[in-house]
Design a protein around this ligand. Structure first.
Ligand code: MD6
Ligand code: FE
Length: 224
């Protein structure tokens, strides 16, 4: 009862922060979260093990494993050329369906997801001290929306403007099960994670410590 209709339900309403940027708290059920965490653990130990990408000689504090296409600064390839050369796992059909449902949910249009076929997902793992600096997601050729899901510890997400990394920006809480869709006029908004709040994950989400963020994207790329 508290989980369903408690303070959180009132304090964190569904909200469009800017045109095309929609936050839907508590969108995934605990059972869906658990199942995704179990898959994440398999993928993290798959053909391309989870790792911290190197950006300009520094390791990112976040660890990443990819599906469909492998992201490394600042491009997508089928093979993890900066890890072990192996091909990344295919993008699963169930995740395409989940992405379409997310677009329908965020837009309120029952047909809005029909043409949405994400072909890559980045799964980021944050420990208690990990951060993500302000950035734009601009390595995709398509301007289709990015679907973001959070599981585990709560984070502070900084949603900025499309011009630069500084103000104006707004800090919001992304908690376990939250959906955030980044599309339309907000597709190239700067954003980042300023902190993780250790010990805040719901007991039954499947993750004991840290946070997983999944972002599904449409690369606009073809093989060959
Ligand atoms: C995160 N998210 O939530 C980092 N990117 O851990 C992202 O970088 C992100 O949430 C594009 C669209 C939505 C996002
Ligand atoms: Fe991003």
């Amino acid at each position: 009862m508290n989980y369903l209709f408690g303070d959180d339900f009132i304090a964190r309403p569904r909200r469009e922060l800017a045109p095309g940027a929609v936050h839907v708290p508590n969108w995934l059920t605990l059972e869906q979260q658990q199942w995704i965490v179990a898959r994440f653990k398999e993928w993290a130990n798959g053909p391309v093990p989870i790792r911290s990408a190197r950006v300009g000689g520094h390791e990112m504090s976040v660890k990443t494993v990819c599906l469909g296409w492998h992201w490394h600064p600042y491009q997508y390839t089928r093979n993890a050329v900066d890890v072990n050369g192996n091909r990344v796992l295919d993008f699963p059909d169930w995740m395409v369906r989940l992405g379409r449902k997310a677009i329908v949910e965020a837009s309120g249009d029952p047909n809005a997801g029909d043409d949405y076929t994400p072909d890559t997902a980045l799964l980021n793992y944050y420990d208690a001290t990990a951060r993500m600096g302000m950035h734009q997601d601009k390595d995709e050729l398509s301007n289709a929306p990015v679907v973001s899901l959070s599981i585990g510890d709560t984070s502070t997400f900084r949603f900025g403007n499309t011009t630069n990394r500084s103000k104006p920006y707004e800090d919001i809480t992304l908690a376990s099960g939250d959906l955030f869709v980044f599309g339309g006029a907000s597709r190239l908004a700067y954003h980042g994670i300023t902190r993780i709040h250790p010990g805040t994950a719901p007991a039954d989400c499947g993750l004991n410590a840290g946070r997983i963020n999944i972002t599904m994207r449409v690369t606009g790329l073809n093989d060959q």
